[in-house]
Design a protein around this ligand. Structure first.
Ligand code: CTP
Ligand code: ZN
Length: 153
């Protein structure tokens, strides 16, 4: 993208999540537990043109780096995302997300009789399959709408 097409400013320090599916940015923010109350800069561009993806979303989070666990979960709703770490205006690291084998503590099980929904100190855990996520406790499978099952923040 040339400079005259730039929609949101470059950031000095933080993380740029690029190549998010068009329309997914608010889910991504929910997933990261970001709601603006942090007081640090957050820029969101939705449904901007992308050569590779048709349209994409971009989220820029200032003064924050993501943990590997956060990047892993991000891959579930944004499989082609690029995570750019920015320091002093320069991209010092660029990585693609990878699908993890399992995710713990981020999604709620849709099965109301699952042990993770009882009043027990049990952390949710899902195995990542090719076509969905399977609860490690009750084997319920989430096939779509992963963002609707987020249990973060
Ligand atoms: N970016 C930013 N602030 C900076 C540096 C980069 O917001 N100080 C953003 C860019 O606007 C872009 C992303 O971070 O959305 C990645 O930057 P860069 O690697 O320079 O862009 P591209 O080469 O186009 O990235 P890619 O090859 O991953 O598409
Ligand atoms: Zn379950």
């Amino acid at each position: 993208m040339s400079d005259h097409e730039l929609r949101v400013s470059k950031i000095r320090d933080g993380t740029v999540l690029d190549h998010l599916p068009g329309g997914s940015a608010l889910h991504v923010l929910a997933l990261l537990g970001i709601d603006g109350s942090e007081g640090t800069g957050v820029s969101v561009a939705m449904n901007v043109p992308s050569d590779r993806m048709g349209t994409k979303d971009v989220v820029k989070v200032e003064e924050r780096e993501l943990s590997q666990a956060e990047v892993d979960v991000l891959s579930l709703i944004a499989p082609r995302a690029t995570v750019n770490i920015v320091q002093e205006y320069a991209v010092i690291e660029k990585k693609r997300v990878e699908r993890p084998e399992s995710v713990a503590g981020v999604l709620a099980c849709p099965n109301s009789s699952c042990i993770t929904n009882a009043d027990e100190p049990v952390t949710t855990r899902f195995d990542v399959l090719d076509d969905g996520l399977r609860c490690s406790y009750c084997e319920e499978i989430i096939r779509e709408g992963i963002a609707d099952h987020l249990d973060v923040g």
